[in-house]
Design a protein around this ligand. Structure first.
Ligand SMILES: [Fe+2]
Length: 229
């Protein structure tokens, strides 16, 4: 795709405003984890988290910057780029998604007990959209388990209290103009084997069941009410 098309794409349309500003501006950098490597044990062991962040995530950042170097894009946010990713080379879709998704994934987990409490507003949203919190959890595990291959499991806000679950392939995400799944994500789980294989082997379902113990529900609550920072 010619660089002029990218410039037109970014300059000629309004970028979605209500997106999570998670990843800074081009050129992109690997940020630190918001907790220690062993903070999420036993669900995510130290070795898995260190490799996942320091090797896999770093690779996506490096390859994203390499891919963008061949374009005319400078200083844009990743959210702006992903909103018009159809105008970019495939590598931007692959590695830009990899960078954004992992940055968001780190942010929705915590070892802080206070942030692992589910708010009344979230409970109400789960009851309205899924019937109950337990029904939401069961659906989360079912949808994530049945996804074939690598990808991501998203909880997406359709309205003030309307939520739904969806998966995307590879590193696609709901911010991308090429993605069939669109909307404001408020929770995500990494379905790639590198996220859980050392500890859970092929038992993705077990990983998904135990993932709830790590969720930063304070963060999810803020996203539900429109606080995207
Ligand atoms: Fe990953």
């Amino acid at each position: 795709m010619a660089s002029m098309s990218i410039a037109e794409a970014l300059g000629g349309k309004n970028v979605q405003q209500a997106l999570i500003a998670a990843s800074g501006h081009e050129p992109f950098h690997l940020g630190p984890l918001p907790y220690a490597y062993d903070a999420l044990e036993p669900v995510i062991d130290r070795e898995t988290l260190k490799w996942h962040h320091d090797v896999h995530h770093r690779c996506y950042v490096d390859r994203l910057n390499e891919a963008l170097a061949s374009t005319s894009v400078r200083g844009r946010t990743l959210e702006e780029i992903l909103s018009h990713v159809s105008a970019f080379p495939q590598a931007v879709r692959d590695h830009g998604g990899g960078h954004w998704n992992h940055t968001f994934f780190w942010s929705v987990m915590t070892d802080c007990k206070e942030d692992q409490e589910i708010s009344p507003e979230l409970l109400k949203a789960f009851e309205k959209s899924f019937g109950s919190l337990d029904a939401f959890k069961a659906e989360f595990v079912r949808v994530g388990s049945q996804h074939v291959g690598s990808g991501w499991l998203w909880l997406i806000k359709d309205g003030p209290e309307r939520l739904h679950l969806a998966t995307t392939l590879n590193h696609d995400n709901p911010l991308m103009d090429v993605c069939a799944v669109r909307g404001q994500p408020i929770l995500v789980c990494d379905l790639w084997e590198h996220a859980y294989y050392l500890h859970f082997k092929a038992k993705r379902e077990d990983f998904l069941r135990q993932f709830f113990a790590l969720v930063n529900w304070t963060r999810v609550h803020k996203l539900l009410i429109g606080d995207y920072h």
